[in-house]
Write a protein that binds this ligand. Structure first.
Ligand code: KIV
Length: 274
C-alpha cells in the first residue's frame, strides 16, 4: 500500500490484509494539528490512552475517561483524510461486561467517526472481541505489556519473559486474532516472542518494543519527536529532538518581548511606520 499514491482513507480491511506485506507505519495522535502533520505519512493513527500521560500529565493511563478519548478522537478524525483512525477504549470502559464494551465502543465510533476501537487483553477478552466484531465494530487487540494493568503487574514492565511468559503472550495474541481482531498490538516483549506471535496469527501484528519481524510498528509520536521528557522507553528511537527546539523558541520569544523587539510596530494595525 503506497502512502503517496492514494488519497482516500485506509480502511480496516486494508490493514487486515497487510499481513506479510510491506510493514505498516503507525503512530499515535491526540490533537488536530499533530494528526494533520502525520496523516499522509502513515497507514494508521492511534488515538491512544497514552494521552493521559503525554497530554494530561497523569502517572498512568488508569485515570483516562471515555469523554477524553471521544474529544481527542473526534479532533484527530476531523483533521485527517488518509490514515485509518483507531481510538482506545480506556480503562474501566469495557471490562465489566460485553454490554458495557458494546455501549462504549458504539459511542466512540458514532461520536468520533473513527474506524475502529482498541482494547487491552488476551484470552479473557476474546468473548468481548468476538461479540463486538460480529456486530460490525472493528477491534484492534493489545497484548504483552498492557499499560492499563500497570497496577496489577507492578509497573510498566517487559512481559513474556521465560518459556511460560512467552507462551502466554503468543496464546493471547492468537486468542484475540481468532476472536476477530483485525490486528494486534504487541507491546514490550522479548524479540523472539514478538516474532513467534507474529507467525502464530493471521492478522497483522503491530509492534512497540516487540520485534522488527512484526507486520507493522507503532510509537508514541511525542517519544519519537523528543517532546515527552518525563520518560522514554529503551526501545524508542528518537527521529527528532523537538523538545530542545521548543525551549529555544520560548527563550527567544521571551527575550524579544523583554527587549521590546516583539511585536514589530510595522506589523501592527494602525501603527505609524516611520
Ligand atoms: O495508548 C497508546 O498510545 C498505545 C500505544 C503505545 C500502542 O496503546
Amino acid at each position: 500500500m503506497s502512502v503517496q499514491a492514494r488519497q482516500r482513507r485506509v480502511t480496516v480491511p486494508e490493514i487486515a490484509s497487510a499481513k506479510g506485506q510491506a510493514p505498516l507505519a503507525c503512530l499515535t495522535a491526540y490533537t488536530a494539528p499533530m494528526a494533520k502533520l502525520l496523516d499522509s505519512h502513515v497507514e494508521l493513527l492511534l488515538v491512544g490512552d497514552s494521552l493521559g500521560m503525554v497530554v494530561y500529565g497523569l502517572d498512568s493511563t488508569v485515570g483516562v475517561t471515555l469523554d477524553m478519548m471521544i474529544a481527542h478522537g473526534a479532533a484527530v478524525v476531523r483533521a485527517t483524510r488518509h490514515a485509518c483512525i483507531v481510538v482506545d477504549l480506556p480503562f474501566g470502559s469495557y471490562e465489566e461486561s460485553i454490554e458495557q464494551a458494546t455501549h462504549n465502543a458504539v459511542r466512540i465510533l458514532k461520536e468520533t467517526g473513527c474506524a475502529a476501537v482498541k482494547l487491552e487483553g488476551g484470552m479473557e477478552m476474546a468473548d468481548t472481541i468476538r461479540h463486538l466484531t460480529s456486530r460490525g465494530i472493528p477491534v484492534m487487540g493489545h497484548v504483552g505489556l498492557m499499560p492499563q494493568r500497570a497496577n496489577a503487574v507492578g509497573g510498566f514492565k517487559v512481559q513474556g519473559r521465560g518459556d511460560s511468559g512467552g507462551a502466554a503472550v503468543v496464546r493471547d495474541a492468537r486468542a484475540v486474532a481468532e476472536a476477530g481482531a483485525f490486528s494486534v498490538v504487541i507491546e514490550a516483549v522479548p524479540e523472539p516472542v514478538g516474532r513467534e506471535a507474529t507467525a502464530a496469527v493471521a492478522v497483522p501484528t503491530i509492534g512497540i518494543g516487540a520485534s522488527p519481524g512484526c507486520d507493522g510498528q507503532i510509537l508514541v509520536t511525542e517519544d519519537m519527536l523528543g517532546l515527552f521528557p518525563d520518560f522514554t522507553p529503551k526501545f524508542v528511537k528518537r527521529f527528532a529532538s523537538l523538545g530542545g527546539e521548543v525551549e529555544s523558541a520560548a527563550a527567544a520569544y521571551a527575550t524579544a518581548v523583554r527587549d521590546r523587539s516583539f511585536p514589530a510596530a510595522e506589523n501592527l494595525f494602525g501603527a505609524k511606520s516611520g
